[in-house]
Each structure stands twice: as structure tokens, then as C-alpha cells.
Design a binder for this molecule. Sequence first.
Ligand code: TXE
Length: 479
Amino acid sequence: MSDIRPHLINGRWVHGGEAVENRNPSDLSDLIGLYAAGTADDVAQAASAASAAQPAWFAAGPQARADLLDRVAAGIEARATEIATMLAREEGKILPEARAELRRSAQIFRFFAGEALRVTGEALASVRPGVDIEVTREPVGVVGLITPWNFPAAIPAWKVAPALAFGNAVVLKPAELVPGTAHLLAQVIQDAGCPAGVFNLVMGSGRVVGQAIVEAPEIAALSFTGSVPTGRAIAATAIQRMKKLQLEMGGRNPMLVMDDADLDQAVEACLNGAFYSTGQRCTASSRLIVQAGIHDAFVDRLLRAMLALRVGPALDPASQVGPVVSGAQLEGNLGYVALARAEGCEVIGGERLDGPAEGFYQRPALFLGAHNGMRCAREEIFGPCAAVIRVDDFDQAVTVANDSDFGLSAGICTTSLRQAREFRRRARAGMIMTNLPTAGVDYHVPFGGTKGSSYGPREQGRHAVEFYTTVKTSYCLAG
Ligand code: TXE
């Protein structure tokens, strides 16, 4: 029982009855640990503790909140190697990527430490003489945070940090596959002196713990990152309960490679965007829309670079691409590889690979000769697979790019200022990249998309205040 990593509820480490195994996708014989699987009762306790703690946390003022977030940032930095190793071990991301994610998580906490001090309001004269009006921001109360497995540190960080900065209390549920990183993050937050009940961690399944968070009456707002079907299901329940919502879901992000692109730059951007982090990024460049004149040279170069990528264990310094996160995800990816063939693509790569130990290794894949009507080019795969779509000109490229249910990130490789500018205006996506991979964003600016990719206010940067606060308008007749 004591070997089971506990939840953090009301400032205490709480052991649950059930436990789930956390296994390393690079080596299935490596049992990382047993983690408590929460119940609806655990969530009820966490939500009620959060609700009791939240008013004092807001009243403590912005300096106390800024100081805590600063100490959390320092705590993450102090334990960065330990947490990054856990992240690489449980998610399969190679260690340099895991380290970069931890660095970014600390930066996010520091950024929001500053933002705690920068919440602004407005003062206006009323249309009625002698009356003053003040518009101020207040916390929404208790927020429920439901996070995915692909950024086990950074996504919890970019939800927890603004929530706490603006005076909310939190119940966090990490994805089932990656409780270890969240558990270490919870230790850091606890060790930094977070008041009891202000931050709560309940681990476990989406069906039980996630559902209970969505339904808990004390929880006023929900921020979710994950798949489209889960996002839709959460939204349906949350709307019935009038909860504030922020959903970040999938992408099938287009990357245009125009005839005038710098070939080296385009190959590097597409290699990174499509295959780094094993393609498991919602911003991955998974539709490569390539103009006819550069198509063959580009595909030839990209294929050679792709086939040279070293797929291997996350903690092996020689690895450039880690394993797929889970058996179910690998099965899904292999299914899309077979589908791409059945739909008429020439598929290079994509097969399951043997590693030094039993794990979920897959060679990156390109689906050549794809068109935008194919399922293998339209649906989110979330693995190291990219479809290559040949187009004649810029207008066709933009039309194909925008013909998607998603609209998260969109990129263009071109040396033409006119085309780059035109693309920025016409692309229907929340984030536009010129001569850069569609993935890889800064932490101090808004993150989010259009259409099926996102719902509700943007995450990150100064825009995060929209979701994590509510506005109060006060009228005062003096004297
Ligand atoms: O996601 P889920 P999964 C996509 C990607 C991937 C697919 C499945 O295509 O192949 O989703 O991944 C919790 N009520 N993305 O199954 O199920 C769940 O426990 C409340 C894209 O991991 O959406 C986890 O914490 N919560 C994505 C979180 O929701 C529920 C990143 C996400 O899980 C719940 C990850 C419920 N009923 C996957 N059911 C991105 N856009 O970055 C599940 N959860």
C-alpha cells in the first residue's frame, strides 16, 4: 500500500484504495511505479477543500501568489533532471525534449508570477452624474484541470500557473499514462508552501475522476486538453451545469512548401514539425502541401532525412525519436499506415520496429501521393506520420490548407514576402508559422486554434486572464 503514489488533497498525501501501473513505453519490463486511481469521493473531497481554501488564497494578495509561483519555478529548476527523467521514462519523449519541457514549465510559472501583479481594471465615469464605475477582475473560484499525456509537465504548468496567479484554487487530473510527472510537480508545489487545499492532485481515469471533476458542483470552470470526442463529451455535461469552458483539442496542421522555399530550411522545418516528439504534438506538421515544382526534390531530401532518424529508447542519448506512448496509440498509428495504403498512397516507413527492449517503436512514415479527401490526410493520427499533398499553385495550397475540420497551427515555407503575408491573412488557424515548423511555440503569447481545435478563451500569455478571471462592474454614488 505504501508503494502506491498518493493523491494530494487538502495539503495531505492521500492513499486511494486502487492503484494503476505506470510502465515505460521504451521498455515494458520497467515498472515506473504504482499510482493511486482516484474515485468520485476523492474528487468531492478535493473540490470541497479547494472551495474552502480559495477565498483566503485570493485575499492573500498578488505578492503572496507571485512569490509562490516564483518558488515553484525555482523548485522545478532544482529538480529538473529528476522530473525530466521521469517524463522521458513514462511518456517516451527523448531526454533533451523532456529537459526543454521542464525548462519551459519553470518559465511559465515565472511568467505568471509576474502576471499576478499585473491584473488591470478600468475606471469610468457613469452616464449618471456623481456615479463612478469600476471594472475589476476576480478569480472564477475553483477550476478543474484535465490534461493529456503528450506534454506531462508543460500543459499542467500552463493551466495551473495562471489559475493560481489570479487567485483560483485547483483540482488537477493528469492523463492516466503520465501520473509520475504530475506527481513530482505536485510535490514541488507542496514544498513551495502552497496553502492546503489551494492545489489538489487527483490521479486516475477520465471515466471516473475526469467525469467527477466535470460534474463537481464546487468547480466553476474547466480547462481541458485532449481529444475531440472527449472534449465534446465534457462540453455537453459542463454546459448543463453552466460551467466556464476552455477546450484545446486536435489538429491536422498544414505546412505549405512553395516552389521558392529554401529547400534546406523547408526540409528541417518539416522533419522537426512532423516527426520530433514522435509526432505526438497537437501542433505537428502532419499535412505537407507541396508545390509541383519543388515536390520531387523536397520529398527526396525529406525521405532521406526521415529514414536517417534514429528511433530508440527515450533515455538513450543516441535516440532522436522516442517510442510511441502506448500500445493503443501504436495500434492506431499502424491502422492509419494500412489505411493510407488502402486509400492509394505510396507509404514509406511506418512499420513497427524492434528496440533494445520490448517497447512501442515505430519508424516515421510519409504518405506520398495523398490528397485532402483521404481519411489518412484529414483525421488526427497523433503519431510520426505525415501525408504529402501535391498542389499546382499558392491559391490551391491555401484552399487545401483551410479545407480541414481543425484550425490549430498552419505554416508556410517561402522566400516570397507577398506569399507569406497573404498566407498569414488567409489561413484559418489560430497560429501561423513562416519558415518555421507548425509546432514549437513561445510561452508568453496566446496558444489556441479555430474550428474543431479549440473552444473558449485562449491559453497562455496575457490572454490567459480571460479564462481564469471573471469581470465585476461596480457602480458607486459618492456622498
Ligand atoms: O485522449 P483523451 P487520449 C488525441 C490524439 C490521441 C487521442 C486519444 O489523437 O490519439 O486524443 O488520446 C481525460 N471526462 N490527443 O485517449 O481521452 C483523460 O483521462 C473527463 C490530442 O489520451 O481525450 C485525460 O486526462 N475527462 C491531444 C484527458 O481527458 C476525461 C493530446 C485526455 O484524454 C474523460 C492527447 C471524460 N469522460 C490526445 N475521458 C492534444 N490535442 O494535444 C477521458 N478524460
